[in-house]
Design a protein around this ligand. Structure first.
Ligand code: SF4
Ligand code: SF4
Length: 86
């Protein structure tokens, strides 16, 4: 299932299609690392937040990082690849 999700995310990004994406407000991040510890794909989510690069090709949009962040830094939003949010 995750392979299909990764493939669809890559296709969506190449075609610049809108879809469910992660957004983050890095100014609220306290670097606790909880998001990285729970990531289903073992991504360095904390680093993604701090670099403001939330569009990772292997992210399967499971939402575990969103739930784990007690500071409300990460959220899911329907948006295009270059949009901040819609
Ligand atoms: S869980 Fe939230 S506060 Fe902690 S490192 Fe991740 S984004 Fe930052
Ligand atoms: S949505 Fe899931 S796969 Fe994507 S970064 Fe968050 S925990 Fe990892």
């Amino acid at each position: 299932m995750s392979i299909l999700n990764v493939a669809s995310t890559r296709i969506r990004n190449v075609l610049k299609l809108p879809g469910l994406r992660l957004k983050a407000d890095s100014s609220k991040c306290v670097s606790c690392g909880s998001c990285s510890r729970v990531c289903s794909m073992s991504l360095d989510v904390k680093m993604m937040v701090q670099n403001s690069e939330m569009d990772h090709p292997e992210c399967i949009m499971c939402g575990e990082c969103v739930s784990a962040c007690g500071k409300g830094v990460i959220r899911r939003s329907f948006a295009g690849p270059d949009a901040r949010s819609l």
